[in-house]
Design a protein around this ligand. Structure first.
Ligand SMILES: [Fe+2]
Ligand SMILES: [Fe+2]
Length: 214
């Protein structure tokens, strides 16, 4: 059976009307021209990739399972808001000597906000626009940009900066206000217009997106 490289070479010569001797020589030296004893190396590489993929799936399942979040899409998102605000509270309970803890909590916060923003920006906000709530979706989407700006600023200033707590406090206030607008105004208005099937579809899409973003 022809190898992939051989197939590629024969395709190339059939389309170009015959490859020159020099181009044949160079393609034989290409990174894809495996030598006779490359089989075990290739197999080891593929096995390693399979282990990596399996570990990543495992991590996603564990992350999802540990989050213990269930219910409709809006309940899932509201629970994530509460969990995120709880991380802020842990950050606000630190002092400037706890730089390692501050760094870990900032990483945790970044991951939680990333996953949450992905679910909203890839599923909920597009569905809001489709339902005629584009103004609200665009405002909320714009606020996500400022949330990322706070993450950037905290990363730049370092965990021992004298104004670290003040920055975290300001950041928490923005996230709390944003979450309140979603939970109390925008999401209930949107949900009222959904039938059971549409609501279930949004829940399924948010859960799927959350799995991939975990
Ligand atoms: Fe949001
Ligand atoms: Fe949200």
């Amino acid at each position: 059976m022809a190898t992939r490289t051989q197939s590629r070479q024969s395709n190339r010569s059939s389309t170009s009307g015959g490859a020159s001797e020099s181009s044949r020589r160079s393609s034989q030296r290409s990174a894809f021209s495996w030598g006779g004893d490359a089989g075990p190396l290739l197999a080891a590489g593929l096995a390693g990739a399979a282990v990596g993929i399996a570990a990543n799936y495992g991590r996603k399942f564990v992350t999802q399972a540990m989050s213990g979040i269930s219910g409709d899409w809006d309940e899932v998102l509201a629970t994530e808001h509460d969990m995120t605000l709880a991380v802020f509270d842990k950050m606000l309970a630190t002092d400037s000597s706890q730089t390692w803890k501050r760094g870990m909590l900032l990483m945790q916060l970044t991951h939680a906000l990333d996953k949450h923003a992905h679910e909203e920006e890839m599923v909920v906000y597009p569905a809001l626009r489709e339902a005629g709530q584009a103004t609200e979706a665009d405002q909320l989407n714009g606020e996500h940009g400022y949330i990322k700006t706070f993450l950037y600023e905290l990363g730049q200033m370092g965990p021992d900066a004298s104004n670290w707590l003040e920055k975290v406090r300001e950041f928490r206030a923005l996230v709390a206000e944003h979450a309140k607008m979603e939970e109390e105004e925008v999401f209930p208005a949107f949900k009222r217009g959904l039938d059971e099937e549409q609501n279930a579809k949004i829940t399924s899409l948010v859960n799927k997106d959350g799995f991939w973003a975990a």
